[in-house]
Design a protein around this ligand. Sequence first.
Ligand SMILES: Cc1cc2nc3c(=O)[nH]c(=O)nc-3n(C[C@H](O)[C@H](O)[C@H](O)COP(=O)(O)OP(=O)(O)OC[C@H]3O[C@@H](n4cnc5c(N)ncnc54)[C@H](O)[C@@H]3O)c2cc1C
Ligand SMILES: *[C@@H]1O[C@H](CO)[C@@H](O)[C@H](O)[C@H]1NC(C)=O
Ligand SMILES: *[C@@H]1O[C@H](CO)[C@@H](O)[C@H](O)[C@H]1NC(C)=O
Ligand SMILES: *[C@@H]1O[C@H](CO)[C@@H](O)[C@H](O)[C@H]1NC(C)=O
Length: 779
Amino acid sequence: YSAEMAVEPGTSDVRRQHRFDQGSLERYLCRCLPGFPQQPAGALSVRQYSSGQSNPTFYLQKGGQAYVLRKKPHGPLLPKAHKVDREYHVQKALFSAGFPVPKPLLYCSDVSVIGTEFYVMQHVKGRIFRDASLPEVGPAERSALYLAMIETLAQMHSFDLRSLGLQGYGRGPGYCRRQVSTWKRQYDAAAHTDIPAMNELAEWLANNVPLDDDEEALIHGDFRIDNIIFHPTEARVLAVLDWELSTTGHPLADLAYATQFYFWPTSLNVFGQGSNEVNPENPSFEELISVYCRCRGISTTIPNLNFFLALSYFKLAGISQGVYARYLIGNASAENSHEFAKMVKPLAEKGLELSKRLSFSNMQHNTSGELFYQSRKGQEMLLKVKQFMKQHVYPAEKEIAEYYAKHGNTEERWKKPPVLERLKEMAKAEGLWNLFLPAVSGLSQLDYALIAEETGKRFFAPEVFNCQAPDTGNMEVLHMYGTEEQKKEWLEPLLEGKISSCFCMTEPDVASSDATNMQCSIERDGNSYVINGKKWWSSGAGNPNCKVAIVMGKTRNSSASRYRQHSMIIVPMDTPGVKLIRPLSVFGYIDEIHGGHFEVHFNDVRVPVSNIILGEGRGFEIAQGRLGPGRIHHCMRSIGAAETALEILCQRAAQRETFGKKLYHHEVVAHWIAECRLSIEQARLLTLKTASKIDTLGNRKARKEIAMTKVVVPRAVLKVIDCAIQVCGGAGVSQDFPLASMFAYIRTLRVADGPDEVHLSTIARWELLDQSKKLTAKM
Ligand SMILES: Cc1cc2nc3c(=O)[nH]c(=O)nc-3n(C[C@H](O)[C@H](O)[C@H](O)COP(=O)(O)OP(=O)(O)OC[C@H]3O[C@@H](n4cnc5c(N)ncnc54)[C@H](O)[C@@H]3O)c2cc1C
Ligand SMILES: *[C@@H]1O[C@H](CO)[C@@H](O)[C@H](O)[C@H]1NC(C)=O
Ligand SMILES: *[C@@H]1O[C@H](CO)[C@@H](O)[C@H](O)[C@H]1NC(C)=O
Ligand SMILES: *[C@@H]1O[C@H](CO)[C@@H](O)[C@H](O)[C@H]1NC(C)=O
């Protein structure tokens, strides 16, 4: 055969028992299939796909055109099986509805052509994965492929049968009950030995048919990853194949069947299906299920998922038994048919085990519950970020620590470790970039809250995703208030991660929590502004890549109020007169990785008038916005830090023993663990509530919640870190554990993000206002 033929993978010469008259087929196609190459006669080549135990499938090729043909097998058949006309019909309906199936081209009921009915469809080029664990791709791609599969399934289940023109396609309500009895009957007919687990499973299924057995959707009946053609390079479904078992019925049967590989018995690793253990973290079974539910807009608490999982394994066991029975009578359709005998028992046992499975035990980490709405995109991004963290960020920790150990006191320490730059490139390439900015990411604050929590688990991680302070706040300012030129010059490179920035508001000489105190002067002089003043705590200024500062200063205006005396202005860091004086330490830490916290002096620094943001006297207006959505980013991230601390705590408590027992067997330590969990959950709930309120009512209406969050979260997180330090003993305060630096860093939030007292005053003011509204409402 030709070279071109050789490249269609998974095909071989037509098997003897499936041969048909190729000349007759070719003549028929020339006559009936529009676009089929007429010349040269006799050039049609036919190969048979080797997979599949059912309707024989063939690859047709002529004159550079490729098609796929499916036909009934020869010989006497079960009355309801092998209905290729149904396959054709359902594919046609789905194709018209825009669902990914191969385009059906022609159906032929005339058995005189090749001996049986058949149909022809478009040949789709792409990837088919025979092994459900997708060993040929990396974890990130694998998870994207699984997600694509599950979304496609959800899309199919969301169709209205009538609008597809498929009403009456199935047999009406009662699908689950019918499935149980059909497979039981088929199994009994084929059984060769007594398998108690199989009988027990059949009985359990019959007694546990879901109450909503009248649910009817179009279902595929054999929805597995190896029945899907994916795009050659992208994680996109091009076509779902093999519709022989499609019908209408309970959609969760497909869902359980499609995800059964998560539970594949380890004793059965001979066959394609799940031959390698699927990493349950990538994504987890629960995550896939919740993505499916979200896509379909149904609740993620599926009470009877166990039934469907158990049914899947019952069905697999039944099929295996059937294949083996056909082998015994010499009618096997595949070479490895005899091996199926060995599979029945483990499959049945797995089914039984799944029937007793504690449902959704892993859902405890699902923090949003049903209280808050996380968008589909948010879910996917969160999943991707989690995987990216696991795959790339955590493993880089060591290299980063080594970088700072090596460059300790040299100027090199202000540069970013090369691995960080690599991680940034990778995250950017995967689209995990600028997630903080709704206009760019399309994510809500609630979506971002959960993502920021993930990135908060390591202090260097936010930067990997270009989501680090103070750049996030500065980008928000430029995005909201910048002119087109300002955006072009500064916002674009910041969004691309090419440069970084700092924010200079706080001054050493005045109490800066009251920003009206700010002394630094910004004075108009012709076409320039001249800036003079001292700033400190300018985070990030030490980074050699920090190219620009947003400086807040006083543009005196005697006829304006106290809150219209200040302005914000853009100052390129290389402007003459900008001087980095010294980095300030935080409990002794210099925080090089965030570019330090610098004292910066401005001496006659001259910038063009066009550098002013929004206009003179508008500084407070901007400050309100700047600390708007981004106001609780720190809180979101620090919850992730608390999770890390609690993880360290629990590991240590499980490792070490004092006075004859493990640390966690000391009741007091166990209670600390519990208290930490309580603190984290409470803090997270408030944070998500605030995020959700920002999303639904806007910043201003969420002011009280924002203030509450900013007080509650650092307190809770500090408490957790403190417990972790205590449990780790001396190690806890040392450089060998991240806890000491975490404590130092989180402690600053009680000052840096606006002192607690200021927030408490805000909360009290709003509380009193709310109470007085209640009073007036009563009167
Ligand atoms: C790690 C870190 C990073 C920082 N990064 C930046 C940055 O990038 N850019 C920047 O401009 N600044 C930054 N800051 C500075 C930070 O914003 C200020 O420290 C903060 O605004 C408080 O100002 P202050 O230090 O002048 O304290 P002050 O204003 O002197 O306040 C001191 C204390 O007075 C008390 N107090 C203040 N107001 C009230 C009140 N209304 N009622 C009761 N008590 C009150 C509080 O206990 C408060 O802690 C950073 C600070 C830290 C520690
Ligand atoms: C096996 O298949 C052949 C046709 O391929 C058929 O004639 C025969 O009846 C089948 N045998 C049994 C036992 O079903
Ligand atoms: C968490 O569960 C809720 C419903 O319980 C669901 O809507 C949400 O998508 C889940 N989130 C994640 C991250 O799995
Ligand atoms: C000073 O403030 C007044 C009142 O807010 C305003 O009308 C005027 O434009 C301001 N002057 C400048 C130079 O911004």
